[in-house]
Design a protein around this ligand. Structure first.
Ligand code: GDP
Ligand code: MG
Length: 370
């Protein structure tokens, strides 16, 4: 049967062999650099690292070739930016998220019944922006744990009457570590004791310098409560998105991240996912963490049923066998058999690593179970 060594797999995934070995260990697989990995394990690793690989099975059934799937520049299309809001407690993150969400209810979408699906989209100047409405620090924790990029832009909210506080600093360092562009929203400017200039002054210490002071950080004064400055904030997000040219190929199998998941009494396991690459379609077979399924129904943040969802679209899906975890990578496979086999393998590797990493597990042990 066809295999690749750990070393070759590392090269394919643009990772150090040591990183791949570490990941394998976390999956309960003790491997050396020359160890041969089988195709499912390679696909599993690729999904864990967020690298797409395409498997080619030529002439002989037992031989395969794995090549990295690289998008042609021409296939990449502009996609909405994915934005998170972070900042110190009580500085107005929730109020701002709610205010932005409701700015848009009137435009377009009939009824405007918003549905909580962990993220939502608004439209301004005919362009969409996706907001993750899970707390920003959670999104970043997930990103760090998975090494996956979920958010494109971070809004750091600082209350103008309170100034830079410990969680402000923490948020800045998270965003910087992840290399995510920062926009500062100076909030609560309606308050009599608001001092937006003090906030600017304090933030220069963290290398966030406004343009008028010779820096390149965008600051927007807002009042989430009085809905002031929201349009400007949204326009600034579009500006940053334009500069960064966030793109994805919509014409391939979908890949993304689970934002939230739960067991619904009536509908069974429900997952809210952010599609990041490709287009997710009703009927697609997929793996999400240890779970697999086939998309039975898909609903957007306005409660509208969708047949397909392209890059940067948050959707709620049903049709899973079990409840995945927030942060789990989500990936569509060509058929349900492959999806099932990968999900089962993941479940086993997870159980193995939970059983204790002292036990030596070989690939043969691992494959015996399936
Ligand atoms: P979070 O902890 O960052 O999510 O903060 P919240 O959104 O829960 O806001 C904390 C408190 O500040 C609430 O009582 C809000 O009503 C209030 N608040 C939020 N934004 C503003 C604002 O722009 N102006 C004023 N005056 N109060 C605000
Ligand atoms: Mg809050």
């Amino acid at each position: 049967r066809g295999t690749m060594t750990v070393g070759e797999t590392a090269k394919l995934l643009h990772k150090d062999a040591s990183e791949v070995i570490k990941k394998l260990i976390s999956m309960g697989v003790m491997a050396t650099i020359n160890q041969e990995l089988d195709i499912d394990t390679i696909l599993l690793l690729a999904a864990e690292f967020g690298v797409e690989v395409e498997v080619k099975i030529p002439v002989e059934e037992d031989r395969f070739e794995t090549v990295e799937e690289v998008d042609n520049e021409a296939d990449l299309k502009e996609r909405p930016p994915v934005v998170t809001i972070m900042g110190h407690v009580d500085h107005g993150k929730t109020t701002l998220l709610d205010a932005i969400r409701s700015t848009n209810v009137t435009s377009g979408e009939a009824g405007g019944i918003t549905q909580h699906i962990g993220a939502y989209q608004v439209e301004i100047n005919n362009k969409k922006i996706t907001f993750l409405d899970t707390p920003g620090h959670e999104a970043f924790t997930l990103m760090r744990a998975r090494g996956a990029q979920i958010t494109d832009i971070t809004i750091i909210v600082v209350a103008a009457d309170d100034g830079v506080m410990p969680q402000t600093v923490e948020a800045i360092s998270h965003a910087k570590a992840a290399g995510v562009p920062i926009i500062v929203a100076v909030n609560k400017i309606d308050k009599p004791d608001a001092d937006p200039d003090r906030v600017k002054q304090e933030l220069t210490e963290y290398e966030l310098v406004p343009e008028e002071w010779g820096g390149d950080t965008i600051f927007v004064n807002v009042s989430a409560k009085q809905r002031m400055g929201l349009e400007e904030l949204l326009e600034m997000i579009l500006l940053v998105a334009e500069v960064n040219e966030f793109k994805a190929n919509p014409n391939k199998r979908a890949r993304g991240t689970v934002i939230e998941a739960e067991l619904d009494k009536g509908r069974g396991p429900v997952a809210r996912v952010l599609v990041q690459h490709g287009t997710l379609k009703v009927g697609d077979a997929f793996v999400a963490g240890n779970c697999f399924g086939r998309v039975r129904a898909m609903v957007n943040d306005k409660g509208r049923r969708l047949k397909e969802a392209g890059p940067s679209t948050p959707v709620e899906i049903t049709g899973l066998t079990e409840v995945p975890q927030a942060g789990d990578p989500f990936m569509v496979f060509e058929d349900e058999r492959k999806a099932r086999s990968i999900a089962e393998k993941r479940a086993i590797t997870q159980r193995q690593s939970e059983l204790g990493s002292n036990t030596r597990v070989t690939l043969d042990d691992l494959f015996k179970h399936i």
